[in-house]
Design a protein around this ligand. Structure first.
Ligand SMILES: Nc1ncnc2c1ncn2[C@@H]1O[C@H](COP(=O)(O)OP(=O)(O)O)[C@@H](O)[C@H]1O
Ligand SMILES: [Mg+2]
Length: 502
């Protein structure tokens, strides 16, 4: 084959290699292989500019160890110079060329021979992406370098386009990956309820059931301490249900005197009792086609329980003082902070009523058991009350730390009220630790700087930890602590430390 056909073949093969994949290290190696197979290249490298350095990415005729050594600063050595200037360099005889940097140490054998070294920039438009360098392509000494150089330039421009393209694709892939990851994070709070905060796993479970049950008519019983959001969740279920446009009627079973509760629930006829001057519709009637929320159901008197049970079973009742049966279509959501199971076993709550109510149970854990939500809840309430009061109150990190540590016996309601108070009362824009209510400051301790822990206690805990860590071998624990075994025995006695005591 003559020289020209070999050059064409080479170009064809290289473009085939470059088209086969977008994996740069693979394609560049492929291109190098073509150069050595089709031409008479002995050694060759492709180096790319990365972070201000030129690093060899693919090579032929270099060992792995040599490959790793091949990093140059811009302007350093021939490769570095080409990378910096964007101009090719031809070295007719490596042995004579002072700027030739034998960085890889691979040419010791040939250093004095007449071998040529050709180095061309890999350029895309005006940007130097890297350097393609080869020992002379053709063994034939009679052929001018110009010819080799021209071919190399063409190859370099093929490489440039390919590098640019694969980098672009890589960038896009990374952008997509980043987007996917942020979406994943967002999806961790996969179940979203309007104005209800809850990324914690326990709340996500609640949100998931809300989504599941809202379309049905099933009765729901929400339990959880006061202030955990039972009413909020009841409303969420209603407003996500097909009944959203129908009424949501609330009745607090604890706040209405027993004598009045029946008329509250079922209404009364005119003249049903003294003072009943007109007809009155009860909550069940008002809630027709909608949802009735029976709050504090655990406080429902034993006398009224069968009446409620009947509505639950038959969806019908009579107004007080009337024989006429009224049929209603209501969904019932009940809530209680009390332990209904216990009330049932104590005979204070009817078992049949309990099972009727508890078709779908939902439990809202206390805030102290989902502390990961505190930061977001705080931000949510700050935002809410800032808006309401046209303020811009923010919270300091040390104050936030305290809120995250505090026990919150009043749960979210307590947090909400405290933030409202702070936003209204605070002259400053920042809530500092010292601005927090005293109970929060003392109960949480705040930053360790604020925490006054008796030294004795620290020492005691340190000794206990060391003993646990050393399986109660005193000598080992003493060594850990840097004290003598005698000292540790003394301290153990002093603090009354023993296994099973913490
Ligand atoms: N997850 C939450 N996200 C935002 N606000 C909440 C959340 N849980 C409760 N709240 C708010 O806290 C207060 C107390 O909630 P509520 O539903 O009345 O509690 P409960 O009925 O359990 O006593 C309400 O103002 C409510 O809007
Ligand atoms: Mg409530």
């Amino acid at each position: 084959m003559d020289r020209q056909s070999r050059q064409l073949m080479t170009l064809h093969e290289i473009s085939k290699q470059l088209g086969a994949s977008l994996d740069l290290s693979k394609t560049l190696k492929g291109a190098m292989r073509v150069l050595s197979d089709f031409l008479e290249m002995q050694r060759g490298t492709v180096a790319l500019i990365e972070g201000g350095e030129v690093a060899i990415k693919a090579a032929h005729g270099l060992t792995i160890g040599e490959l790793q050594l091949g990093r140059y600063k811009l302007g350093e050595g021939i490769i570095g110079q080409v990378a910096k200037s964007g101009y090719p360099i031809v070295v007719p005889s490596i042995g004579d060329e002072p700027v030739f940097l034998n960085r890889t140490g691979s040419r010791k054998d040939v250093i004095k021979s007449n071998i040529a070294f050709l180095c061309v920039p890999i350029m895309f438009k005006r940007e130097v992406l890297g350097v393609l360098s080869v020992d002379r392509l053709f063994a034939d000494e009679s052929i001018s370098f110009d010819n080799d150089l021209r071919l190399l330039k063409i190859i370099a421009s093929l490489l440039a386009q390919h590098i640019k393209l694969s980098r672009q694709v890589e960038k896009e892939v990374q952008a997509l990956r980043a987007e996917r990851d942020t979406l994943k994070v967002a999806l961790k709070g996969k179940y979203h309820l309007e104005n209800v905060i809850g990324k914690s796993p326990s709340m996500q479970e609640v949100f998931e059931s809300v989504h599941r049950v809202s379309s049905s008519k099933a009765n729901v019983l929400i339990t959880g301490e006061s202030g955990t959001g039972k009413e909020l969740i009841a409303k969420a279920i209603h407003y996500m249900s097909p009944r959203a446009k129908q009424p949501f009627i609330k009745l607090n079973c604890a706040s209405i005197p027993e004598g009045l509760l029946e008329t509250e629930l079922f209404g009364h006829e005119k003249g049903a009792f003294t003072g009943a001057a007109s007809v009155r519709r009860g909550r069940f009637e008002l809630a027709n086609k909608g949802t009735i929320f029976l709050d504090e159901i655990g406080d429902l008197s034993l006398g009224l329980q069968p009446k409620i049970l009947r509505v639950l079973q038959e969806r019908e009742f009579e107004r007080v003082g009337s024989e006429r049966t009224i049929k209603v279509d209501v969904r019932i959501i009940a809530a209680t902070a009390k332990d209904l199971v216990r009330l049932v076993s104590d005979g204070e709550f009817r078992e049949d009523l309990y099972y009727r109510l508890n078709v779908v149970p939902m439990y809202l854990p206390p805030l102290r058991q989902r502390r990961e939500d505190i930061v977001e809840l705080t931000a949510f309430f700050l935002n809410k009350f800032n808006k309401e009061n046209s303020k811009e109150v923010q919270i300091s990190q040390e104050a936030m730390n305290s809120l995250e540590e505090y026990m919150w016996p009043g749960n979210i309601r307590e947090l909400e009220n405290m933030i409202e108070r702070l936003v209204i009362m605070l002259p400053d824009k920042i809530v500092h630790w010292r601005d927090l209510p005293a109970n929060i400051r003392t109960m949480s301790g705040g930053l360790s700087a604020h925490r006054v822990t008796p030294l004795n206690q620290v020492e005691r805990e340190g000794i206990l930890d060391a003993l646990k860590a050393s399986d109660w071998v005193y000598a080992k624990a003493a060594k850990l602590l840097g004290i003598t075994p005698r000292q540790i025995i003394y301290k153990v006695k002093k603090y009354g430390i023993g296994r099973g005591i913490s």
